[in-house]
Design a protein around this ligand. Structure first.
Ligand SMILES: [Fe+2]
Length: 215
């Protein structure tokens, strides 16, 4: 039986924005103010989502597992803290850029990002293979849905929109149809705001395919 995968949507969304940032960090002219502004803008989305994800994972994944099964999560917490430190260094470095950086400085930032990216991808693949299964063993799908509802309820709407922006293009059409159909209960205004955010992220064909199936 197909089980609900709590970690899959945010991880796919993060892989999407991490890849976009990797590409842009490589093609940015670090001597150009406008290109640096663009990189910083994508970086702002990236760091916000990374931090939000870490908080959600601590609260809705690691804490419930510990509480229900006294599950040993120290290892995951240790890796998280190493990644947090790498992430903070990158964020500070990016903040310090003003469009007057040399190619060498830009290249070094790009490589530092790539090192973080590699470690991060390894970690979330490991979580998808192991932590996800722990969650499925510990909780029923109904309980996992309740976790998702709680995450969405406790999130600022602007952050939720940002997740939609990067998750929707990274998921299958049927998965998006299911989520958007459920999200209609949030009201017409919220639903329209989501459509506005996802439309530019999808091909016209893919967008139409999703929308035509949302009930
Ligand atoms: Fe994660």
């Amino acid at each position: 039986m197909d089980r609900l995968k709590s970690l899959d949507p945010p991880h796919k969304g993060l892989r999407n924005i991490l890849s976009q940032f990797s590409l842009m960090a490589g093609n940015t002219n670090y001597k150009s103010k406008s290109e640096i502004e663009e990189l910083k803008s994508l970086g702002a989305d990236l760091f916000l989502l990374l931090q939000n994800h870490a908080k959600n994972e601590d609260t809705y994944i690691l804490a419930p597992l510990k509480e229900k099964y006294s599950k040993e999560t120290t290892y995951v917490e240790k890796v998280h803290s190493t990644l947090d430190q790498m992430e903070l260094k990158l964020k500070n470095k990016l903040d310090s850029f003003d469009g007057n950086q040399s190619d060498e400085v830009g290249h070094d930032f790009y490589l530092s990002f790539t090192e973080f990216h590699a470690e991060f991808l390894k970690q979330i693949a490991d979580e998808d293979r192991n932590l996800e299964v722990d969650m499925q063993t510990a909780f029923t799908d109904e309980e996992l849905v309740q976790h998702q509802v709680a995450i969405m309820k406790n999130m600022d709407f602007s952050v939720l929109l940002l997740w939609f922006k990067y998750i929707v293009p990274a998921r299958r059409i049927a998965e998006n149809v299911q989520v958007l159909t459920a999200f209609k209960s949030a009201g017409a205004e919220a639903f329209e705001a989501v459509l506005e955010v996802i439309k530019p992220q999808l091909s016209q064909e893919r967008y139409n395919l999703i929308i035509s199936q949302v009930k």
